[in-house]
Design a protein around this ligand. Structure first.
Ligand code: C2E
Ligand code: MG
Ligand code: MG
Length: 685
């Protein structure tokens, strides 16, 4: 799963931020434009509409004045004087030739454009206006100030008739006459009234309402989208079982976090926590209860994590965790505490967890700066953590394993063996080696054990220790057991036919095989098919098999015995005590584990245990075989204790068929005791 490329995720991520920002920006831009439009409209309303009217009025007066002059002054100035408007006649230098009313013109001003820009109007400011300061270019500012003044007057004079309130915009309009020789300068009569304010206010309210509505709609949309997106993100990244974050989220988040430059200075670990025997738990209880347990486990892990750490459910019963750490010892301690807590999730059952830890420590470059983790692939690192936890899978107990490159080699070996197992059977690459068992008193060959070896064209000679655990795990061991039984039966039959004095050969049968209810019948049929007498085949069970379903085990053993096979308990004394099994199971042979004859178990105490085990076997009518015997003293001791057979390097190592044939021939003629002493010398060397 390469979630980084997931389109849906990217789509969700994009929608999450960008549209909201764009929406907001657009709303604010609109707001600003509308506000600008409003103030422009307001000023234009007050100034432009009135200014042009006034201009036309003064222009008419100027034309009349010009006409009068052209007609020889038919009318005197009184005609104009009768109007209530102050005006001046000035020459081109602004010298006053005639004036009506008080002359307060400053002759300082500007050219103003009419609203449609068709007219250029020369205006002069009034000298007497104190409340409105003349600003060089700003006609608009003057208009705004006038509006303000009206507003304040409305506020201050509540009882005053509104129609009486008005503020003049005092300025003069100059119109050239007589081809520019003179100018007709008249005081403009523009005033700002409360009705103007009301009109402006109405415009403002409409504009503000439209802007607010727009803004509110935009905000609602953004919030809705945000909530919808959150819901979607939650659905997309929610684990259906634990209701926590899902695996896709974990991979994306951890990769983001690990790739951040500022985190390069921190040690991180990716951890795989595997709930051991989850399926068994579900079978014994229910799937629902299993899922409740997973949910609780997820919550418990989450509770132990710090801010920049997270976890997610993965696969059936695994959890991925990203943790920060200071040093490996402290990390192990922390993980171990976590496992202790998790083991107690269920009040009745003690759960088991296999924990694999892949550390991602801070790395330094040659110049001692921090190496970034931008090439990191979380999924690969997690699979390394899984390789580490898989190395614990031989046990159901909780355990913690740190990833090591060697584990990858091991995994590669497992894959290689698994890939080739079937062809190895088909091409008869597996060989049966025989390890003879001798009577310690007479030195006679009494039996042998068949042990597998793999003569691989690629890997050469491979011992069982490197392949049997793999086959046991992947289930192929049942094929191996069939192969071995068939080949041993075939060999026995041939040896009988060739006149060898055959002895029983024991074959290891894996505990995985014992879940098959017709195992005894399968073995019987295989042996019968090869034509070998059943009493020349013995079935060895490892001690650990005795912890499985005892009833089924008793049935299978009883049936095997009924069919004429001898059954032995292998590796007795290794690992767990199986005295109890001896009580219930009708076994023929007890094989004392090689551990009895090695290391610390040597000496008086070891001897006591061995002699008591032999006595116990005798009381239960069982024969005894001592495994792993390498020195003469042990042989002598075992002979004294009444041990029936000895299988060990002292007498012989596991050997190929033809060599074993030689041993069978020898045992008829010579005393193997002498041969054994030679062996001992070789072993010592
Ligand atoms: P096991 O069945 O307990 O076999 C005895 C092992 O002890 C053999 O190891 C044998 O070589 C070794 N051994 C015997 N005497 C001595 C001794 O004096 N000193 C030392 N150091 N070792 C001694 P091997 O052949 O490597 O087999 C290991 C295990 O692999 C066997 O233990 C058995 O559990 C398993 N195995 C071998 N072949 C088969 C097979 O065909 N089927 C199954 N299911 N398991 C097999
Ligand atoms: Mg064995
Ligand atoms: Mg053994």
């Amino acid at each position: 799963m390469k979630v980084k490329n997931d389109k849906t995720y990217r789509l969700l991520k994009k929608k999450h931020i960008i549209p909201s920002i764009i929406g907001l920006l657009v709303t604010f831009a609109l707001l600003a434009v509308l506000a600008g439009l409003f103030s422009g409209l307001m000023v234009a309303y007050v100034v432009d509409s009135k200014l042009e009217n006034e201009y036309r009025h003064v222009e008419n007066m100027a034309k009349l004045y010009e006409y009068n002059e052209a007609n020889g002054g038919k009318y005197d100035y009184d005609e104009f004087n009768r109007s209530d408007r102050e005006f001046l006649i000035v020459d081109s230098e602004n010298n006053v030739l005639h004036e009506k009313g008080e002359n307060t013109c400053s002759f300082d001003g500007d050219v103003v454009l009419s609203a449609d820009e068709a007219l250029k109007i020369q205006v002069y400011y009034d000298t007497e206006d104190e409340c409105i300061k003349i600003d060089d270019k700003s006609f608009e500012i003057r208009a705004k100030k006038a509006l303000k003044k009206v507003l304040s007057e409305v506020g201050d004079n509540n009882d005053k008739d509104l129609s009486e309130i008005s503020t003049k915009l005092p300025f003069w309009i100059s119109i050239p006459i007589n081809d520019g020789e003179k100018s007709f300068v008249a005081k403009a009569n523009i005033s700002v009234r409360p009705t103007d304010v009301i009109a402006a206010l109405v415009i403002f309210i409409i504009a503000a309402t439209v802007v607010s509505l727009f803004f509110i709609i935009a905000i609602i949309k953004i919030i809705k989208r945000f909530l919808r997106q959150r819901k979607l993100m939650n659905m997309f990244f929610r684990d259906t079982v634990t209701e926590g974050r899902n695996w896709m989220w974990f991979v994306i988040k951890s990769e983001q976090l690990l790739k951040k430059k500022k985190n390069d200075k921190n040690n991180y670990a990716i951890i795989n926590i595997e709930f051991v025997k989850y399926n068994n738990y579900c079978v014994c209880h229910s799937l629902e209860e299993g899922e409740v347990a997973l949910k609780t486990i997820n919550e418990m892990i989450e509770r132990t994590l710090d801010k920049k750490e997270f976890c997610a459910h993965h696969g059936t019963a695994s959890f991925g965790v990203l943790m920060q750490y200071i040093d490996e010892a402290k990390l192990k301690n922390r993980v171990s505490n976590l496992v202790n807590v998790l083991e107690g999730v269920d009040a009745v059952h003690k759960f088991g967890f296999h924990v694999g830890v892949r550390t991602l420590p801070v790395r330094y470059l040659e110049n001692k700066s921090y190496a970034d983790r931008k090439d990191i692939n979380t999924e690969v690192e997690y699979s390394n953590a899984c390789v580490a936890s898989a190395s614990l899978s031989n046990s159901d107990e909780s355990g913690i394993a740190f990833f090591d490159e060697k584990l990858i080699e091991e995994q590669k070996w497992i894959d290689a063996v698994t890939e080739r197992q079937q062809s190895a059977i088909d091409n008869e690459e597996f060989m049966v080696y025989y390890q003879p068992k001798y009577d310690p008193n007479t030195g006679k060959l009494r039996g042998a054990e068949a042990l597998i070896r793999w003569q691989s064209p690629e890997f050469g000679f491979v011992t069982p220790g490197r392949i049997i655990p793999i086959f046991e795990k992947n289930g192929f061991i049942t094929e191996i057991d069939h192969y071995m039984i068939t080949h041993v039966a075939r060999d026995q039959k041939r040896w009988l036919d060739e006149g060898f004095s055959c002895v029983p050969v024991s074959v290891n049968v894996s505990r995985a095989h014992f879940i098959e209810s017709n195992l005894a019948e399968q073995i019987r049929d295989m042996v019968d098919k090869e034509g070998a007498p059943r009493n020349l085949i013995e079935i060895e069970l490892t001690e650990s098999a005795f912890f499985d379903d005892k009833k089924a085990l008793v049935t299978t053993i009883t049936r095997l015995k009924e069919y004429g096979f001898a059954v032995s308990m292998d590796d007795f004394g290794a690992g767990y005590s199986s005295l109890n099994s001896l009580k219930d199971l009708p076994l023929d042979v007890l094989k004392l584990d090689a551990d009895f004859f090695r290391g610390e178990s040597e000496g008086d105490r070891g001897e006591i245990v061995v002699s008591e085990a032999i006595k116990l076997a005798k009381c239960l009518n069982m024969r005894t075989v001592a495994e792993g015997v390498e020195v003469k003293e042990q042989v002598d001791f075992l002979a004294k204790q009444g041990c029936d057979m000895i299988q060990g390097f002292y007498f012989a190592k596991p050997m190929p068929k033809d060599e074993y044939e030689g041993r069978m021939r020898e045992s008829k003629t010579e005393d193997p005791g002498e041969k054994a002493e030679e062996n001992e010398d070789i072993n010592e060397e």
